[in-house]
Design a protein around this ligand. Structure first.
Ligand code: NAI
Ligand code: MG
Length: 350
């Protein structure tokens, strides 16, 4: 396989630092495994918005369509409302390219002190539905500013949408420990979530080798803190998956190491790989951002593009740098800079 085309969107704040780090690591691993990746960088960001009034050009999505994958840093900057940066770039990419899976692996790495004071083996994956559910544009506001003002937003759950995300989670569990937990709240939300439960159970019946458990979101949130080692694959709607994956990232030590993949599993459209964290204006420009979330996201990209051995190599390099106190960044209690961690990763890949 050669000459895969990667669109790189560093974005704002620490997005630019961690994307540069991920590129450096990718160059090292690609050289070692003789993988040919061609990069094109785009300056789409809040800075662009401030200058020309749009996060990306009108034909931005058409431009991206020709790529095999998209590597993104983070977008968002004070002065530009977050809904503008999100709906002006990330959400259109996820929807246009039918990236209906948001995959967020969670691991407590050896040497990383999570907030839970546990050394249990925490290793699970949150599979978030990424294009429908609670994040719909259907709804509106009436009587703005008046005492009888109202806001209505419809959730959208489709048989196709729930089936395919359930299938993805069930198939993934087959390659892991064979257990899927489905997040629900069918006791309180009486239409959409009983439907979710029914469709997930129907799909699970086709996977007799996978065990399915359904848990209400409130109890599930508590279990993430009390018994995170019990989970293997957790599947949830757009909103539930979003919240659970941030909670899970915190349980595993730092949002700075959490990766994500926005996948079109059919591979008809480019998929997008990005760290879970945002642009972190509080530490931007200081050279201290943890690059591991972006590097792990790049490893997910390698694996999606068919380079499993290279992806494993990157993960092994991450494990060994995280295990050493001197190659940990400040968010993990260390003192290393972004550049020092990146050099250490590259050294381990040689
Ligand atoms: P954030 O993730 O940028 O930062 C939260 C906290 O975690 C901060 O204290 C930050 O310093 C720390 N942090 C985050 N990543 C880190 C890293 N790699 N290394 C070390 N420390 C790290 O979330 P926040 O502050 O809520 O959002 C900042 C901006 O980012 C907002 O404009 C928001 O909309 C945007 N954002 C963008 C996302 C994306 O592009 N996918 C995701 C989340 C937020
Ligand atoms: Mg989130």
């Amino acid at each position: 396989m050669s000459g895969q085309k990667i669109a790189v969107i560093p974005g704002d704040g620490i997005g630019t630092d961690v994307t540069a780090a991920a590129r450096t690591v990718l160059d090292a691993v690609a050289a070692k495994h003789e993988i040919d990746l061609q990069y094109t960088e785009f300056d789409w960001s809040c800075q662009r918005y401030a200058e020309v009034g749009a996060m990306m050009p009108d034909d931005g999505l058409d431009t991206l369509r020709g790529f095999d994958a998209i590597l993104l840093g983070a977008v968002g900057w004070p002065g530009v409302p977050d809904h503008v940066s999100l709906w002006g770039l990330l959400i259109p990419i996820r929807r246009e390219f039918r990236q209906y899976v948001n995959l967020r692996p969670i691991r407590l790495f050896p040497g990383v002190a999570g907030p839970l004071r546990t050394d249990a083996d925490i290793d699970f994956v949150v599979v978030r539905e990424n294009v429908e559910g609670e994040y719909s544009e259907i709804g509106g506001r009436l009587n703005r500013g008046l005492p009888d003002e109202i806001a209505v937003q419809e959730s959208v759950f489709t048989r196709v949408g729930v089936s395919r995300i359930a299938d993805y989670a069930l198939e993934l569990a087959r390659t892991r420990r064979g257990h899927v937990t489905s997040a629900t709240k069918s006791n309180g939300i009486v239409h959409t979530l009983p439907f979710w439960d029914e469709v997930v159970a129907e799909r699970a019946a086709r996977f007799p080798d996978v065990e399915l458990a359904s848990e209400h979101i409130d109890a599930l949130a508590a279990k993430f803190v009390l018994h995170p080692e019990r989970f293997d694959v957790v599947v949830g709607s757009n909103l539930f998956g979003d919240i659970l994956s941030d909670l899970a990232a915190a349980v595993a030590g730092s949002i700075g190491i959490a990766p994500s993949a926005n996948l079109d599993p059919s591979k008809q459209n480019p998929s997008m790989f990005e760290p879970v964290h945002g642009s972190a204006p509080d530490i931007a420009g200081q050279g201290i951002a943890n690059p591991v979330g972006a590097v792990w996201s790049a490893a997910l990209m390698l694996s999606h593009l068919g380079h499993a051995a290279a992806a494993d190599d990157v993960i092994a390099a991450m494990e060994s740098t995280l295990a050493e106190p001197e190659t940990r960044t400040r968010d993990l209690g260390g003192t290393a800079s972004t550049e020092q961690v990146t050099s250490a990763l590259v050294a381990r890949l040689r």
